[in-house]
Write a protein that binds this ligand. Sequence first.
Ligand code: ADP
Ligand code: ADP
Ligand code: ZN
Length: 215
Amino acid sequence: MKILVMGPPGAGKGSQSAKIVKSYNIPSISTGQMFREAYKNNESMGIEAMEYIKNGNLVSDQITNKIVKHRLHRYDTERSFLLDGYPRTVRQAVALDEMLENMGTKLDAVINILSSNDVLFERMENRRVCKKCGATYHLIFKKPSISGVCDLCSGELYQREDDTLESVKRRLEIYETKTKPLLDYYEKKGILYNINGMQPFDNVYADIELVLREL
Ligand code: ADP
Ligand code: ADP
Ligand code: ZN
């Protein structure tokens, strides 16, 4: 199973991807998570990427394609993987197709999670993330048992550098201009599946499962 989870920022890609990789036991490749991890570890790539990220801009296609290519070459991606938040531009999609072709494989499905902008704003304002393990919470819909503390690892919860109002606006604009055209690209390949992301977590997941079960 080789799938890709798409959607505007805040749609629930990370939350749903976490559920999918857990129940199907497949590796997850999240470029946003990889950038945040590299930044946390003081790697030069992470520091460079964070300059773009915190202002709501995309990291360059060159850097992004390079880290994905590197990650896809690890042995664990041979049978299955889930890409979360990559590709985000047509150039990245073309680069990905080339990488997969070289690996003798292709994508089985693109899960596109849809939501209205007011829901997206509300979700990013209330999003909190664990500093230690990256788990995602929501101050109303996915509250940690102890305020400010991760249920899974007791790590500290923080608000992402790019979840400011200005940055969210910019990311939504960029989504419209740079990422949305990709939907056409995958629609034409006949592998695009739209999912209503404005439902409770479990209902969104149930809709995704209906698609995955058919693959
Ligand atoms: P993305 O990876 O697409 O940016 P996240 O999975 O991080 O999105 O979700 C954004 C925020 O919205 C998080 O705080 C998350 O807990 C919350 N969230 C995600 N899906 C739902 C949902 N179906 N209902 C309510 N809140 C949700
Ligand atoms: P969200 O979907 O909530 O915006 P992500 O964790 O997927 O969160 O991405 C966070 C940020 O990391 C993006 O706003 C962007 O700056 C950068 N990023 C992630 N994936 C890519 C990508 N494929 N291409 C360019 N930049 C990316
Ligand atoms: Zn944690």
